[in-house]
Design a protein around this ligand. Structure first.
Ligand code: ZN
Ligand code: ZN
Length: 167
């Protein structure tokens, strides 16, 4: 359950443990592909007037694409987070926190989970450190060996040799 009773939290920390399926609308909204459910866990506690603190962990595996050869790459995610939720009128300026409607009786964690999952997702994925990528001319996967295209000439050199020929 990602919808937590705040009355319960005010009485003592509430343990959170939930699994979000890869086809859940929450995950779909991130446009990420998960190969296993998203495991959401942690403890939500009261942290003063209109303030709540969620010591959270997000665990899953994101199916990404190598930015060089486009091969699928599974990237495990294990994020430990400390998230602050503050009732609107208690928020102070640019504090890095999630807002809670005034006098809310429930706290819905799904929006925070969606945002934090996006932040935790890998930006630049490579299938391996020395991935050779795809040939820019024929599109062949160069990890499988040379493709037979002539070696690429730096266009700056090409321009130089051309101007020499024209002289
Ligand atoms: Zn690759
Ligand atoms: Zn080629």
């Amino acid at each position: 359950m990602l919808r937590i009773s705040l009355a319960a939290v005010r009485e003592g920390p509430v343990a959170i443990a939930d699994q979000v399926a890869p086809d859940d609308p929450l995950v779909a909204a991130t446009a990420l592909t998960l190969t296993v459910p998203l495991a959401v866990a942690g403890r939500l506690s009261a942290a003063g007037e209109g303030k709540y603190y969620w010591q959270a962990t997000l665990r899953t595996v994101v199916r990404a694409e190598c930015r060089r050869c486009l091969a699928p790459v599974d990237v495990p995610i294990a994020e430990s987070l400390g998230l602050v939720f503050v009732e609107e009128e208690e928020a102070e300026g640019d504090e890095d926190c999630y807002l809670v409607p005034r006098r809310a009786s429930f706290l819905d964690l799904s929006e925070a989970v969606r945002e934090e999952l996006l932040l935790a997702a890998p930006q630049f994925v490579e299938c391996r450190e020395d991935c050779r990528g795809l040939c820019r001319r024929c599109g062949a996967d160069l990890n499988a060996g040379p493709c037979g295209c002539a070696p690429e000439v730096d266009p700056r050199w090409e321009a130089l040799t051309k101007s020499h020929r024209e002289e």
